[in-house]
Design a binder for this molecule. Structure first.
Ligand code: ZN
Length: 319
């Protein structure tokens, strides 16, 4: 009888593995467009329908899959100092061709798929790559706006470039309508990592922070971590957990909540509850569980992001 293989396929690392969670509330500082589909010259934003006691409401949405795409690209497009190239070009790792190489910090957490054997050019060299699947160990959630607000439709015009037109033709602008999520909407968002090392998490921290300014399609773009009351009164609504056992309440806001004050209180109350007890420090360490809150959570993510930049982007000459 053949031996049955029950291995997950994950290589053994010298460093310990943990689960990591990021919980945040972000705010759109301006209109935001994330396309859903085009209907008769109107670019529609993606919304979701939420069942409430009184029937159904439609809410604006930053879909987790779109956020994941922006985050992954922020790693692919990160600048590598020594070679003067982008990280994706250095690794031969992009979208849709993910590299699925064991040492790729992007594929290690975001996952990868090569459906058939391929020859890929990487920094001027040809490289053979076999069929391979990496299961992503980073998943994204949330994104449903708290406030109930109708999307706004605006008139835009695409001005044709004469280089692509017959010189005799009229340079007529092509009008189209585009919807936008209104500014000031608050979106609770969540990233969860399964069994990764602190070094692997550094890529997640870098892409989470770097992608915030780049969320959206077209222009304008970007969100900011919303600041409100957790422990001190004016701090980022952000929680990071690193654990083997999930001892904290998960600060996940109910999508059916439409009142900002109630939603933020829900986030705050959950953020400050560990093992059923109200906590009063920014860093909580229990056996097999650590939680960072507010400014401490931001500092922890920034520290991990800096580690990523030092390992993969910064000039080696500085070391
Ligand atoms: Zn890769």
């Amino acid at each position: 009888m053949a031996t049955i293989n029950t291995n997950t396929g994950l290589p053994k690392t010298g460093a310990p593995r943990y689960h990591f969670d990021i919980y945040a509330v972000v705010e759109g500082a301006q209109e935001l467009y994330f396309g859903h589909e085009t209907q008769v010259n109107v670019n529609i934003v993606e919304t979701v329908r939420i069942a409430i006691d009184e029937g159904e409401v439609e809410k604006c949405y930053i879909s987790p899959t779109k956020r994941r795409g922006v985050e992954r690209r922020s790693l692919i497009w990160a600048p590598v100092q020594d070679e003067g190239v982008l990280l994706g070009d250095k690794l031969g790792c992009g979208v849709p061709h993910t590299c699925a190489q064991p040492d790729c910090p992007i594929c290690a957490v975001y996952g990868a798929l090569i459906t058939s054997k391929a020859t890929v050019e990487v920094m001027g060299q040809e490289e053979e790559r076999a069929e391979r699947t990496f299961i992503g160990r980073l998943v994204h959630g949330g994104g449903v706006a708290i406030q109930l607000q109708n999307v706004e439709e605006k008139q835009r015009a695409m001005h044709p470039s004469m280089m692509n037109k017959d010189p005799g033709e009229d340079p007529t602008p092509t009008p189209f309508k585009r919807q936008y999520n209104e500014p000031g909407l608050l979106y609770p968002i969540y990233n969860h990592c399964l069994s990764i090392t602190e070094d692997e998490f550094s890529a997640v921290a870098y892409s989470f922070l770097d992608a915030l300014a780049r969320l959206g399609a077209g222009n304008p773009k970007g969100v900011k971590i919303y600041e409100g009351e957790l422990l001190k009164g004016h701090e980022p609504l952000l929680v990071v957990d690193r654990y083997l056992v999930p001892l904290g309440k998960r600060p996940v806001v109910s999508p059916s909540e439409m009142r900002v004050d109630a939603a933020l209180e829900q986030f705050r109350s959950d953020a400050l509850t560990v093992k059923g007890t109200q906590v009063d420090t920014e860093e909580i360490t229990e056996e097999l569980f650590t939680r960072w809150i507010g400014d401490a959570a931001l500092a922890y993510l920034q520290d991990r992001a800096a580690t990523f930049a030092k390992q993969h982007l910064a000039s080696k000459e500085d070391e």
